[in-house]
Design a protein around this ligand. Structure first.
Ligand code: ADP
Length: 426
């Protein structure tokens, strides 16, 4: 059987967030990192989520990668394509939400799609086309200061209109609250007027369900991971999903347990302190990393000794803002970050080769560095550890047993995340 949903996500953690919601709602899901190679074979998956790095790159590159991913997903028989972006509609006047949506519509030979960024349980709602984060408009939520894609306007119809030459419309809340038939009719009316992109008001979970019912037959939908919660139920009603008891089932986790942390977020600092109350840890210092190899060798020796005793071990560069500032002022921000990321990648590749089979990484960029050092291209999504963070597992290859991997972006997870992650892994 081919896949039901093919998703194209514009960043890595966003892809995992969507995949996690799909699994929690009954779909077996595999995440692919980067445009899939033609020879990649995926078994036992209802959904494949392709994680691109296309949020902030030039529009032409975002289009090229997204179209290549779409072609791969089309060849695997995907019933519906989902273009996933951030629930805060992260983009600029030159893209990439509008240009990528247009390119995907063209290739699918479709004339309309919807934009559903909202995720009400996380405080992202849309009313009269305006995006709110909690009780603030998007442009007063802190997103106006984002370093890469500052959002200065909460009116998504106006924001998107700057990114596409095609008409942008709105399905307003009174239509959505009238139910899926009224919503679908409204979309048809807009289509007859040539409206190609439709922003959808969404103020609560029931709106997401209505929208999923209204758009389940569209070739392309776009939005945040909230919509990913509601679509699986519609696929099930259509009879597209096999009955599976445990969609997030992974092979039992085996091998040594290692935590690598390069995140300095408040949440991660709490998790590091909590872990160290019970288990050993080694603090990486970027200033010492810059001197010579010996600091990294010490970290490696420390981790090896703990792993030999079958103890979980933490290696962390996580530090309080004062220490981070100090390292950055001596080394420069970029170099300090690079030194840490390279060290984490190096430790991961050596220790996994030596038998670590359960690996937790804290930090978005840090996770990217580790995944790329390990050369990981695909992972099956398992059960959730904390909201938004599932266990994942690399697909079994001839080169060895699967690696269980939990990738946590900075602010996610409760205080006991690092210890509990290993407890909940089957
Ligand atoms: P988060 O998800 O919390 O933002 P990231 O891994 O994305 O975490 O980003 C943290 C960045 O800070 C990384 O580039 C990492 O290498 C860098 N970093 C980690 N520890 C330190 C430190 N002690 N001093 C300076 N930079 C650090």
């Amino acid at each position: 059987m081919g896949i039901v949903l093919g998703a194209i996500a514009d960043d890595f953690t966003g892809a995992t967030d969507l995949a996690n919601n799909l699994v929690r709602n009954g779909m077996r899901c595999v995440q692919v990192i980067g445009v899939p190679g033609e020879d990649l074979v995926v078994h036992d998956a209802d959904a494949v989520v392709v994680a691109l790095k296309s949020r902030s790159c030039p529009a032409q590159r975002a289009i090229g990668d997204s179209v290549a991913a779409l072609k791969w997903l089309q060849r695997r028989g995907a019933h519906q394509i989902f273009f996933k972006y951030c629930s805060t509609f992260d983009s600029t006047d030159s893209g990439n939400i509008g240009p990528v949506s247009d390119a995907l519509l063209d290739l699918l030979d479709a004339s309309q799609t919807v934009m559903v960024p909202a995720f009400p349980i996380n405080g992202r709602t849309v009313y009269q086309g305006h995006l709110f984060v909690g009780d603030r408009l998007l442009n007063e939520s802190g997103m106006q200061d984002h370093p890469l894609n500052p959002m200065h306007d909460a009116d998504l119809v106006r924001v998107l209109a700057k990114q596409t030459a095609h008409p942008v419309g709105l399905v307003a809340r009174p239509v959505v609250s009238g139910g899926h038939i009224a919503t679908r009719q409204h979309l048809e009316n807009l289509k007859a007027q040539g409206v190609r992109h439709v922003i959808c008001d969404t103020i609560d979970e029931s709106d997401l369900t209505t929208l999923a019912q209204a758009v389940v037959d569209m070739p392309l939908v776009t939005g945040g991971s909230g919509l990913g919660q509601s679509l699986p139920g519609q696929y099930r009603l259509r009879g597209w999903l096999a009955e599976v008891n445990e969609p997030g089932r992974l092979a039992p986790g085996t091998g040594g347990a290692l935590v690598l942390s390069g995140s300095c977020s408040r949440a991660t600092l709490g998790q590091v302190a909590h872990f160290l109350e019970r288990w050993p840890g080694f603090a990486l210092d970027p200033l010492k990393l810059a001197e010579d190899e010996s600091h990294l060798e010490d970290a490696l020796a420390f981790a090896r000794a703990c792993l030999l005793k079958h103890e979980p071990v933490l290696v962390y560069a996580s530090a309080d803002p004062g220490q981070v500032r100090e390292a950055q002022s001596v080394l420069g921000t970029h170099r300090a970050g690079q030194l840490v990321e390279t060290a984490l990648g190096h430790l991961a590749s050596i220790l996994v080769r030596e038998g670590v089979g359960r690996l937790v990484v804290a930090g978005g960029e840090s996770s990217g560095a580790v995944v790329s050092a390990l050369g990981i291209r695909t992972m099956r999504i398992g059960g959730q550890i904390d909201p938004g963070v599932p266990w994942t597992q690399t697909l079994t290859t001839e080169s060895g047993p699967p690696l269980s991997l939990a990738l946590k972006s900075g602010n996610f997870g409760g205080q006991d995340f690092f210890t509990r992650a290993f407890e909940v892994l089957p």
